[in-house]
Write a protein that binds this ligand. Structure first.
Ligand code: PHE
Length: 343
């Protein structure tokens, strides 16, 4: 071994300095290891110092130098471990950044304008909230229905004249059982009764279809919300009370409802339900009544044990009333300037 002790110490220091400098900028695990090896490996700078230790005769000196070499090796390893962690973290962050889907891109392109829920969707969610608050559960049924669910189970056998109350769109006509675009949400009553054991307190919102020419108050595709209660000892007063409670919760305390005698094949007695506008005029919102015993039986329930009431009304029509929309067709024109007024 050549050189004085201080020279040896300078070599050690320089080796550590060079190694940590290389490590601090090493871009990946492999280059970190190369830098470590150059200092502490078998052919590294520190190895040369170490192998010369045997020739140092002064015991104290040898000890001091040996310790310095060990400390140097440890320092280099510490630097390497720290750098390895940083490199790993950066690689992970890089992968996440590369995988990121920038959802703001579209918003920025449209000038930062936000989307909003359609008026009918807003009304549907509010209605669901009101009825869930009254203890009802929400159910849904298919938009393409069997003749059985849409008509027959609702006490309208084939060729029953009451079927002409609905301008039906047939998907498939078959003497064994036609398939229709449902003309109302009432078929979901049947599905719910077939699936849920009573007592039942359910509301069923959804899209319905009728062969109708659009005008200010009609659309061939519109939305209804059906209600069904099946329990013991249910009376017409329960129906009237529920409709009144709903009217106040949805439209506000200043509104009242009234029931007018009417006819539906699936309820007996039946009524039409209106609400009174602020100007004192009345608007018809839908139909209701006590569930007909034949309907309970068709859905597999014993009409001696169970009774109940049902109602169904137009969601679009209610949204139209609540927001003072003049023409129901406005709601389906897909004009954002219209939508933006109701967010
Ligand atoms: N389904 C009826 C309609 O669309 C409304 C209704 C529902 C009437 C439930 C009575 C009971 O006209």
């Amino acid at each position: 071994m050549s050189g004085s002790i201080s020279e040896q110490q300078a070599v050690i220091e320089a080796a550590v300095k060079e190694a940590t400098a290389l490590i601090s900028v090493a871009p990946d695990a492999a280059s970190i290891r190369t830098a470590v090896n150059a200092a502490t490996g078998k052919k590294g700078t520190l190895a040369a110092v170490k192998s010369g230790l045997g020739r140092v005769t002064d015991l104290e000196l040898r000890k001091t130098l040996g310790q310095a070499v060990n400390e140097a090796i440890e320092a280099v390893e510490r630097a390497a471990t720290a750098r390895e962690q940083t490199v790993k973290r950066e690689a992970f962050a890089g992968a996440i950044a590369a995988d990121r889907v920038d959802m703001s891109e579209l918003a920025l392109r449209t000038g930062g304008r936000r989307g909003r829920m359609h008026l009918v969707t807003q009304a549907t969610e509010r209605l669901e909230d009101v009825f869930v608050g009254l203890g009802f559960r929400v159910a849904e049924g298919p938009e393409v229905e069997t003749d059985f669910h849409n008509f027959e189970a609702l006490n309208m056998p084939p060729s029953h004249p009451a079927r002409s109350m609905w301008d039906t769109l047939f998907v498939d006509q078959d003497p064994q059982g036609s398939v229709v675009l449902r003309t109302h949400t009432s078929p979901v009553q049947i599905r719910v009764m077939q699936e849920w054991p009573p007592p039942i307190y359910a509301v069923m919102p959804g899209r319905v279809f009728r062969k109708e020419t659009p005008d200010a108050t009609h659309m061939p595709v519109f939305y209804q919300i059906e209600g069904l209660v099946v329990d013991r000892n249910i009376t017409f007063a329960d129906l009237a009370g529920t409709i009144e409670a709903f009217t106040k919760a949805f439209f506000g305390e200043g509104f009242t409802s009234r029931l007018r005698p009417s006819y539906f094949p699936f309820t007996e007695p039946s009524a039409e339900f209106d609400i009174r506008r602020h100007d004192g005029s009345w608007i018809e919102l839908g139909g209701c009544g006590m569930v007909h015993p034949r309907v309970l039986a068709a859905a597999g329930l014993d009409p001696e044990e169970w009774g109940g009431f049902a109602f169904g009304f137009g969601i679009d029509r209610m949204a139209k009333e609540r927001h003072g929309v003049e023409d129901i067709r406005e709601m389906y024109s897909n004009d954002v300037r219209f939508m933006e007024q109701f967010s």
